[in-house]
Ligand binder design. Structure first.
Ligand SMILES: Cc1ncc(C[n+]2csc(CCOP(=O)(O)OP(=O)(O)O)c2C)c(N)n1
Ligand SMILES: [Mg+2]
Length: 331
């Protein structure tokens, strides 16, 4: 078998699972938006719709005990790392059997059970956390790997420079994965970055840097595979920049007037989920009937998650001040 045939065979095995995960992220978020609009979810949610190939392609390379550090746009990373839709939805609805007992919500999802160290609401603040996790792996000699997700808005923060520099100096097993969707809220990357090609910044830390098509789950998967293998074998960190685009506003409710409508349409035509679906059918990796069944299963999983969350109790009043740094103020 030629190398190309071998690669196609491997893709045919992986593709249905990649599609299932990407669709789970999409449908989970569509329901979350609906529940947010109805007032069942409070606070803010930042939809990841359009960017699913990055989380799924990247996390597919990891083992359960590897770590990810996420951002304010973290639902996709959490699902891709293997978190339960039920407990995630319960968290979004503020219920006590959510991953953070209903007190974290969308922007503070964390579950160590699958190595998801946290969705971090402060831009770039996940980078030093990932470096710390990488140092812990190195000291414990466990051969785990950390993927640190962050946006283009994080790369001009001091924490980016400090984190990448330190990870390189200490040769830590961290893959820095920038999701460049071209905007930090309403600010286009070209307005605030002297070097808009984030991957090129890797030369400042003497680590590998690669820009990939973030709407191709294969491109992400392959780049991350290479970077993770390096990290796992003790060869240190890498920087990957995945070009992608969010289809929704910065947060649900953002009218997004700062983006030209043609730009959005152009990226919607490159929808990573539609692209993979087309490939699945064209290459006969899944029969149409099996594909339909898979799609129904994912829709049912999301529906079950909503029902689980709605049936779950809110945290008890006594829990109001537990699990916080200050402890119980009444004691
Ligand atoms: C330190 C800090 N400054 C400002 C904000 C407000 N804020 C929240 S998200 C965001 C933009 C983030 O853009 P990017 O990193 O590109 O991620 P994206 O939203 O595009 O996924 C900003 C400025 C914040 N959360 N933290
Ligand atoms: Mg951005």
């Amino acid at each position: 078998m030629s190398l190309v045939d071998e690669e196609e065979k491997q893709r045919s095995v992986l593709a249905p699972e990649f599609y299932r995960k990407m669709l789970a992220v999409r449908l989970f978020e569509q329901r979350a938006i609906e529940l947010y609009t109805r007032g069942e979810i409070r606070g803010v949610i930042h939809p990841y719709i359009g960017e699913e190939a990055v989380a799924v392609g990247a996390c597919a390379v990891l083992n359960n005990d590897d770590y990810v550090v996420s951002t304010h746009r973290g639902h996709g990373h959490c699902i891709a790392k293997g978190a339960s839709l039920d407990r995630m939805m319960a968290e979004l609805l503020g219920r006590s059997n959510g991953y953070c007992r209903g007190k974290g919500g969308s922007m503070h999802l964390a579950t160590f059970e699958v190595g998801m160290l946290g969705a971090i609401g402060i831009v770039a603040a996940g980078i030093p956390i990932a470096v710390g996790a990488g140092l812990s792996v190195k000291l414990r000699k466990t051969r785990q790997v950390v993927i640190c997700f962050f946006g283009d808005g994080a790369v001009n923060q001091g924490a980016f420079h400090e984190g990448l520099n330190m990870a390189a100096v200490w040769n830590l097993p961290v893959v820095f994965l920038c999701e460049n969707n071209f905007y930090a809220i309403s600010t286009h990357v070209s307005r605030v970055s002297a070097v808009t090609e984030v991957a090129r910044r890797s030369c400042a830390y003497d680590i590998p840097g690669k820009r990939v098509d973030g709407n191709s789950v294969w491109a992400v998967y392959e780049a991350v595979q290479e970077a993770v293998a390096r990290a796992r074998h003790g060869h240190g960190p890498s920087l990957i920049e995945a070009l992608t685009y969010r289809h929704e506003g910065h947060y649900k409710g953002d009218p997004g007037h700062y983006r030209p409508p043609e730009e959005l349409k152009k990226w919607q035509r490159k929808d990573p989920i539609k692209k993979l679906r087309k490939e699945l059918l064209a290459k006969n990796w899944l029969e149409p009937k099996a594909l339909e069944e898979l799609e129904q299963e994912v829709a049912q999983d999301v529906q079950r998650a909503v029902e689980f969350a709605r049936k779950s109790p809110y945290p008890a009043e006594e829990e109001l001040t537990s699990d916080i740094f200050g402890g119980d103020h009444r004691k």
